[in-house]
Design a protein around this ligand. Structure first.
Ligand code: BDR
Ligand code: CA
Length: 316
């Protein structure tokens, strides 16, 4: 069975990604590694522990990652992130803290150990900045050939960014880390804004969770309504909120949900377009394409899978 690691800056769509993974019998979630972005590292770890407890899976271990990029000394949450995900990252909905703590092993070591243990059966899904995987590739470069696949949420190829005209949020937090991953030769599928802004959720679906009458259903509905409301302000033309991180998990479970273009990517790390993800001219004709970029998505099928899996999980 495919083993999954989610690397999360646990905000709202990251939380939905946890629910999607736990509702997918085809994969085993062997751990969550924490990163920073929507919230500070510690808050994201706290959210991941609390959410796995609330969803009835206190057996899922959580590992602490790096608190900021290697090019900065610290990290501060952007105002826009707090606006979209709430101050606590989960739409300011209060849920009980977990009595558990993060594991003592670091996220970077856990990622490396998991590759050594599961090899090609392991799919790693980063849905925040790529800082942890870049550090793992630095420490143990051979894992690029040993890992099954990396399905990352981040970047954009055919559309603009969401931080500014050219940069997507996860890549913008640590462009060097993403560039390192993209050039490493690790097998990676980029799930960017090209496809995630086509998969939208509305109040109609969250009401279905609320109608379940369960704690999990109420939590998911209240949290996601906060996110939809924020999208009404930031992106009113969309008519819903983007299911960025759950789509990456969806593709990790079932790659046929998207159509992809085989192209080696790079990230601009200097100049005015810092953070832009773009095809690497120098490796354009390289017969060994290690990356794929999702350029199309089966929206109805994904939304159906998303609702079926999460609703069945939240029923209990
Ligand atoms: C990405 O940025 C974060 O705010 C979301 O959780 C998602 O991973 C979308 O650009
Ligand atoms: Ca995220």
């Amino acid at each position: 069975m495919t083993k999954l690691i989610l690397d999360l800056d646990t905000g709202i769509d990251d939380a939905l990604a946890i629910a999607y993974a736990l509702g997918s019998p085809e994969v085993e979630l062997i751990g969550i590694t924490g990163t920073y972005g929507n919230v500070l590292l510690d808050q994201g770890v706290r959210n991941a522990l609390a959410i796995t407890d609330l969803l009835g899976r206190p057996d899922v271990k959580v590992y602490k990652g790096l608190p900021h990029s290697s090019t900065t000394d610290s990290f501060e949450v952007l105002d826009i992130s707090a606006f979209i995900h709430g101050k606590n990252g989960i739409g300011d909905v209060e849920i009980p803290d977990s009595p558990r703590e993060a594991e003592s092993e670091s996220a970077v070591d856990f990622i490396i150990d998991a590759v050594k243990t599961y090899g090609k059966d392991l799919v790693y899904v980063p849905t925040g900045p790529m800082t942890n995987i870049a550090a793992a590739l630095d420490k143990a470069p051979e894992i690029k050939d040993e890992i099954g696949r990396i399905v990352l949420m981040g970047g954009a190829l055919t559309v603009g960014g969401n931080v500014n005209a050219w940069t997507e949020a996860n890549i913008s937090q640590d462009p060097e880390a993403a560039d390192h991953l993209f050039r490493s030769g690790a097998p990676a599928t980029m799930i960017g804004l090209d496809v995630t802004l086509q998969t939208l959720l509305t109040y109609r679906e969250t009401q279905r969770w609320r109608d379940l009458g369960t704690t999990a259903g109420a939590f998911l509905a209240d949290m996601t309504d906060f996110y939809i409301k924020a999208y009404e302000t930031t992106s009113p033309h969309l008519g819903g909120c983007g299911l960025h991180d759950p789509l990456a998990v969806g593709v990790a479970v079932d790659p046929t949900l998207v159509s992809t273009l085989a192209i080696n990517m790079q990230v601009d790390v200097e100049g005015a377009t810092r953070g832009r993800t773009i095809g690497d001219n120098e490796r354009l004709n390289d017969p060994n394409k290690t990356m794929e970029v999702a350029v199309g998505v089966d929206v109805p099928r994904f939304l159906d899978e998303f609702m079926t899996r999460i609703t069945s999980l939240a029923k209990n």
